[in-house]
Design a binder for this molecule. Structure first.
Ligand SMILES: Nc1ncnc2c1ncn2[C@@H]1O[C@H](COP(=O)(O)OP(=O)(O)OP(=O)(O)O)[C@@H](O)[C@H]1O
Ligand SMILES: [Mg+2]
Length: 222
């Protein structure tokens, strides 16, 4: 499989007054096309920081990142373009817009990408159907359960058929059975769309989801 994202001694140091926090230290990581990687690690081990570096939300202090074998520097304009065109995100808190319906929330992902409103809504309905939410299209986030909201957030992340989806604690607020259900929907959707996945989580339910399981401690893999 081709390399999608690769890092070479990637580091991120935070400065807090006079002290230094090595949130990510000399990480060599590779994600291949269609690969699913799950990252475990205790709180504060650097999982979220690593995800934010990989997608360019956060600037790295040292090292290199390659996207499809092309090195990209901390050039935010370039990174924003790569991120917008090739990456999707899901967080612990769904970040859906409360004044928009499920279908509208998902369609916004496509509209930002330049698709017109009508086609965006059609695409949104199609993907929400795959997430088992065809009967919830016109519900507002406040009228959805936690698991349903996370499924909407995943549909939104996948609507532009990204090469890679990053999920940071996507089941952090869900009970065990709901988490399993959400993971199953995610699994079948990424299978169909051929997206690569990186999940940072504490949820052991993701063990059977990943092709590769990595554990972080103090900013590095153990
Ligand atoms: N903006 C920041 N400024 C200073 N330190 C930070 C910042 N963001 C994170 N850190 C520190 O970097 C380290 C790694 O944090 P990170 O959020 O990546 O951990 P995590 O593995 O995602 O933890 P959790 O499982 O709790 O989400 C922690 O020690 C944290 O305190
Ligand atoms: Mg985190």
């Amino acid at each position: 499989m081709n390399s999608l994202i690769k890092t070479n001694n990637l580091s991120r140091i935070y400065h807090q007054g006079s002290s230094k926090i090595n949130a990510v230290q000399n990480i060599n990581f590779e994600l291949k096309e269609k690969e699913k990687i799950v990252i475990y690690g205790r709180s504060g081990s650097g999982k979220s920081t690593l995800l934010n570096l990989l997608c360019g939300i956060e600037k790295f202090s040292d090292g290199e990142i390659f996207y499809k074998n092309i090195p990209y520097k901390n050039d935010h304009k370039k990174l924003t373009k790569i991120r917008r065109e090739n990456m999707g995100f899901v967080y612990q808190f769904h970040f859906l817009l409360n004044e928009f319906t499920a279908a509208e929330n998902v369609s916004l992902g496509a509209m930002i990408f330049g698709t017109n409103k009508k086609d965006s809504i059609l695409k949104a309905k199609e993907i929400l159907d795959k997430f088992g939410l065809v009967s919830r299209l016109n519900h507002f986030p406040g009228q959805l359960s936690g698991g349903e909201k996370q499924r909407v957030a995943m549909a939104r992340a996948l609507i532009n058929k990204p090469d890679v989806v990053f999920l940071d604690e996507p089941t952090g607020n869900l009970d065990n059975d709901t988490a399993k259900e959400v993971i199953n929907f995610l699994d079948s959707s990424v299978e169909e769309s051929n997206a690569s996945v990186v999940v940072a989580t504490h949820d052991s339910e993701f063990r059977s989801f990943g092709d590769k399981i990595l554990t972080m401690d103090s900013g590095n893999f153990v």
